[in-house]
Design a binder for this molecule. Structure first.
Ligand SMILES: C[S@@+](CC[C@H](N)C(=O)[O-])C[C@H]1O[C@@H](n2cnc3c(N)ncnc32)[C@H](O)[C@@H]1O
Length: 206
């Protein structure tokens, strides 16, 4: 991964346009291995509403999770700041009930639309004001809607990410139910053994 400080870089310092072409080569990104794909599909079945609904995938990247959601009958809106990522997501979901927009995950360009689920994988930890983003995402939910947040702490020498304890503390002011699921031990999700902290949070705010 290339770290840049220039205009094309996000708040995480990564030039995601430059990363887009090779992004799907990681097992948990491209989900090209059927075992990895099925592992994520099974988790999403449990995390997303059972009935087809409207799902907002923020920082959607190449749309791999968007595609799994669309395959379950959900209508998907994906938002990513990287035009190259959005182009790949549009290609991946061509012919599906899905739209992809270039925009900022902290203020998605979706107007008055409201969603049954806001899905965000590996993006929240990079945002400068995660508490503010969470409040905004809560406001994008229909009554009874949920936030599905997949995050972690990566690396051991200079770890980056957001620990589950900090994320649940940030969610506490929103009230409602918060369920945390550890994902580190599920090798099938990552295509290999991992020993860092990986988890998902499903939050149904009040
Ligand atoms: C690690 S990738 C995750 C992609 C996708 N969520 C997935 O799990 O496959 C991070 C993605 O978030 C996007 N991103 C980072 N900061 C963003 C922001 N503030 N608004 C919108 N997209 C952002 C990047 O362009 C990149 O596509």
């Amino acid at each position: 991964m290339t770290i840049h400080g220039g205009d094309g870089a996000g708040t995480d310092g990564v030039d995601w346009d430059a990363e887009a072409a090779a992004f799907d080569e990681e097992p948990d990104h491209g989900l090209r291995d059927p075992r990895v794909r099925e592992a994520w599909a099974a988790r999403l079945r449990a995390w997303l509403p059972e009935r087809p609904g409207d799902v907002l995938d923020l920082g959607c990247g190449t749309g791999s999770l968007s595609l799994l959601a669309a395959e379950r009958g959900h209508r998907v809106t994906g938002v990513d700041r990287s035009p190259a990522m959005v182009a790949l997501a549009r290609e991946k979901l061509a012919g599906r009930d899905a739209v992809f927009l270039v925009g900022d995950a902290t203020a998605p360009p979706v107007g008055e639309e409201r969603y049954d689920a806001v899905l965000v994988r590996h993006v929240l930890w990079t945002l400068p004001e995660p508490d503010r983003a969470l409040r905004h995402w809560r406001d994008l939910l229909r009554p009874g809607g949920r936030l599905v947040l997949v995050e972690g702490v990566w690396g051991t020498v200079s770890p980056v990410g957001i620990p589950a304890g900090r994320l649940t503390a940030l969610l506490a002011p929103l009230g409602g139910r918060v369920d945390v699921e550890r994902l580190s031990e599920d090798t099938a999700l990552w295509g290999r053994d991992v020993d860092d902290e990986r988890y998902a949070v499903v939050a149904v705010p009040d």
